[in-house]
Write a protein that binds this ligand. Structure first.
Ligand SMILES: Cc1cc2nc3c(=O)[nH]c(=O)nc-3n(C[C@H](O)[C@H](O)[C@H](O)COP(=O)(O)OP(=O)(O)OC[C@H]3O[C@@H](n4cnc5c(N)ncnc54)[C@H](O)[C@@H]3O)c2cc1C
Length: 395
């Protein structure tokens, strides 16, 4: 029985980060329990589902069933309706995350991890003031399970970090309210992702149209938490946009969720606990993309955890801190840079945005690139050019 054993590691949350961690740790011979509160892993989807091919390939060979559409162009639409299309240097995908997330958990299971759904972790288990496992409810039955290490892969609303005494609070300015509808019956180019960038439409964020094939798309909005409180909600804004642009659309599903657009969390580990993925704010603060970064954090955390547990060392904060150090010296540094760019971009007015699109439109098509657009965003802040260049080299 899964709930009577003691494990080396309990992973809470079977999103891309949790399942990737569980797969790696189990493949090294550690006993791993992956707990997911949903009944079906990956359902409902709460994501625009966009990823870049090279990012995905760092971890998995893309499976045809994971891919709804292949993307070769981005289109940016200014507040005044003018637009620019940019050909991507490499292809992107809009995933079927229900299939993707479920397959990643199956890969973990294949490597020997025990995967349990309907298992909601509601607190940590302490022994002599030390984290010693988790408590929760599965199919109305309470459970208590012990382990040497607990991984908080429980997404943006992570409670594992908080239970373990880590400050996971996030400033309202640094969290976007995300609201998305998957709609069908619309005419949409299946290979182009569109972004409406306008403070009037989406203050502190943007509206995205990510095609899913068969005349359907994920259309969503992210607005800053502050804008949400002081003005129209993300839902009202998206509904107005959809009624205007696609009056005959049919709603297939709705997803709502916070998108952390912050600097990395200050503390990613404590005694017997590590945070990965959204729980550790491993999200690009400009785009809101977190699938690939979440899996990158999982790989780094798993490498450190495996080394410690296999050599019979205690998973103390001091022993686990290498994960945090490695992150902060690589992707964490990148996230800090992108955060600085986001702060500059947040200050652009709708007039600035119109000017930028106009300026980029004057460039020959072959010279338009994402880096050029961002360069055009910050003519008054040349110091940020350096950061922008690094961001685009790294991603
Ligand atoms: C509207 C929206 C659009 C987005 N679009 C994109 C995009 O296009 N591209 C991109 O890269 N990123 C996007 N993101 C971000 C992306 O979804 C996340 O960064 C990514 O899912 C993070 O993966 P994760 O494994 O850390 O967490 P999650 O995918 O959130 O997985 C966490 C899992 O933990 C489970 N869980 C939580 N609490 C418990 C508990 N107590 N007990 C047991 N299980 C628990 C949850 O049910 C969930 O399955 C978007 C986010 C939103 C909200």
């Amino acid at each position: 029985m899964w709930n009577t054993k003691r494990y080396d590691i309990i992973v809470v949350g079977a999103g891309p980060a949790g399942s990737t961690f569980a797969r790696i740790a189990a493949s090294k011979g550690l006993s791993v329990l992956l707990l997911e509160r949903k009944t079906r892993i990956g359902v409902p989807v709460r994501c625009g589902e966009g990823v870049i091919d090279s990012g995905l390939r760092l971890f998995y060979e893309p499976c045809p069933e994971w891919i709804a559409t292949t993307i070769d162009k981005f289109c940016f639409i200014a507040p005044n309706g003018s637009s620019i299309a940019v050909k991507l240097q490499e292809k992107g995908y809009i995933l079927n995350r229900n299939v993707f997330d479920s397959d990643l958990a199956k890969f973990a299971e294949k490597e020997g991890a025990t995967v349990v759904t309907n298992a909601n972790v509601n607190s940590l288990l302490f022994e002599n003031d030390k984290v010693a496992g988790v408590k929760g409810i599965c199919n109305n039955e309470p459970f208590e399970i012990t382990s040497k290490l607990v991984i908080g892969a429980d997404g943006v609303e992570s409670r594992i970090g908080r239970f373990a005494g880590i400050n996971t609070k996030i400033n309202l300015n640094n969290i976007d309210s995300g609201y998305q509808k998957t709609i069908s019956g619309i005419d949409v180019d299946r290979n182009v992702c569109s972004f409406y960038i306008s403070n009037e439409l989406a203050p502190g964020g943007y509206i995205w149209i990510f095609p899913k094939g068969n005349d359907s798309a994920n259309i969503g909005i992210g607005i800053s938490g502050k804008a949400h409180i002081n003005g129209k909600s993300a839902k009202t804004r998206l509904d107005e946009f959809l009624d205007l642009k696609y009056p005959k659309h049919k709603v297939e599903s709705i997803s709502v969720g916070g998108i952390p657009l912050s600097k990395p969390i200050k503390q990613m580990v404590t005694d017997s606990v590590m945070l990965i993925g959204d729980a550790a704010r491993t999200v690009n603060p400009l785009s809101g993309g977190g699938i690939i970064l979440g899996m990158k954090s999982a790989v780094k955390a798993a490498d450190v955890a495996v080394k410690i547990l296999i050599s019979d060392k205690e998973p103390t904060k001091i022993n686990l801190i290498d994960y945090q150090k490695q992150w902060m010296n690589s992707e964490g540094k990148q996230i800090n840079r992108i955060y600085r760019i986001k702060t500059a971009v947040d200050k652009l007015t709708d007039k600035d945005l119109n000017n930028i699109i106009e300026r980029v439109n004057k460039l020959p098509v072959e010279k338009r690139s994402l880096a050029r657009i961002f360069r055009a965003c910050i003519p008054q802040k040349p110091s940020l050019l350096f950061d922008v260049a690094k961001v685009f080299v790294g991603y």
